[in-house]
Ligand binder design. Sequence first.
Ligand code: RP5
Length: 162
Amino acid sequence: MASVLILMGSTSDWPTMQAAAHMLKEFGVSWEARVVSAHRTPDLLATTMQEAEANDTRVIIAGAGGAAHLPGMLAAFTCLPVFGVPVSSKQLKGLDSLLSIVQMPKGVAVGTLAIGEAGAANAGLLAAQVIGTTEPAVQEKVKAFRAQQRDTVIAASKLELD
Ligand code: RP5
């Protein structure tokens, strides 16, 4: 199994969650993506977390929308760090997902990211930063990414009238 396991409640979450995978790929961190639903495949939650722990996975990224119980339930089954990504929903634009993921009871932690693609990308970035604490090559790539981002912003910082 990969260093980072990207889980999501449905294949419909994949267009959003791919942003996490792209980020991990950029930093050379191994990842694997699977659909595991808190509601539709509840038994898979426990076995997937057992498998992750037995195979040296370091970080879990979990994306879900609507009644988004996946990140919290995964966190209940493992002490690996879990980063939750609220996927935008049709009716409530992801506010439901955000509130479902962020309001964990004290004692079981989920690190909650922003709604949608930015949150998924930052989940990948954060996971790479965690991996980078023990893998210097990954940390160097994160630093290079930050430097490039800084230079891009500075290069475009002088504004003109449209
Ligand atoms: C959640 O329900 C999934 O995470 C997804 O965001 C949402 C809708 O799922 P589908 O009906 O598109 O499969 O469990």
